[in-house]
Design a binder for this molecule. Structure first.
Ligand code: ADP
Length: 165
């Protein structure tokens, strides 16, 4: 039987409990998930963590889950998927506000690579309002984000922001 592999692309700056939730749900119906951190050449230098740091954090967060790997990719997601013989793209849908962009991307990706299917997953409702950008903002303003990220990510954020642990 061929292995069912999915790619879960995004910025993951940093990986949050919402992302974790989506990956664990995907593992319910695929054999492996590749979490792929996109280099955004069109919007350079807008993030908090370097791409390699984001990949490391994802690897640490899923250290207990051999079916999850993390990597980064340059260029088009469909090229990454084709090169890695992946036919499933996983995306999370938090609210209607995500829908329009996600729908457009899914159709465009299908146009570019007809053998790929995008699957949208809804997170646990506790995470439906969570985004990495909000986590970065709250952390930078000294708010408590312990419930939104894993302990490793929390520590990394504190270090990055030179906050006491
Ligand atoms: P963010 O919007 O948090 O910066 P990314 O750009 O890394 O996240 O998003 C990668 C994918 O994960 C997208 O499909 C996004 O909709 C989804 N996602 C992000 N946060 C959540 C969440 N809390 N619940 C469900 N899906 C999420």
């Amino acid at each position: 039987m061929t292995e069912r592999v999915a790619v879960y692309p995004g910025s993951f700056d940093p990986v949050t409990r919402g992302h974790e939730d989506i990956v664990r749900r995907a593992l319910g119906f695929v054999d492996r998930v590749i979490v792929a951190v996109a280099h955004r050449r069109t919007q350079p230098k807008t993030g908090m963590f370097e791409i390699a740091e984001r990949v490391d954090l994802i690897r640490t967060v899923f250290g207990d889950e051999p079916r999850v790997t993390a990597t980064d990719f340059n260029g088009l997601l469909v090229d990454f998927a084709r090169d890695n013989q992946v036919h499933i793209i996983i995306r999370g849908l938090r609210a209607v506000s995500d829908f329009e962009y996600e729908f457009q991307m899914a159709l465009m990706n299908r146009q570019l690579y007809p053998e790929v299917e995008t699957i949208f997953l809804a997170p646990d409702e506790h995470y439906s309002y969570l985004s990495a950008s909000l986590v970065r903002e709250i952390a930078a303003l000294g708010g408590d984000i312990a419930q939104f990220v894993s302990p490793h990510v929390l520590e990394a954020l504190r270090r990055k922001l030179s906050l006491p642990s």
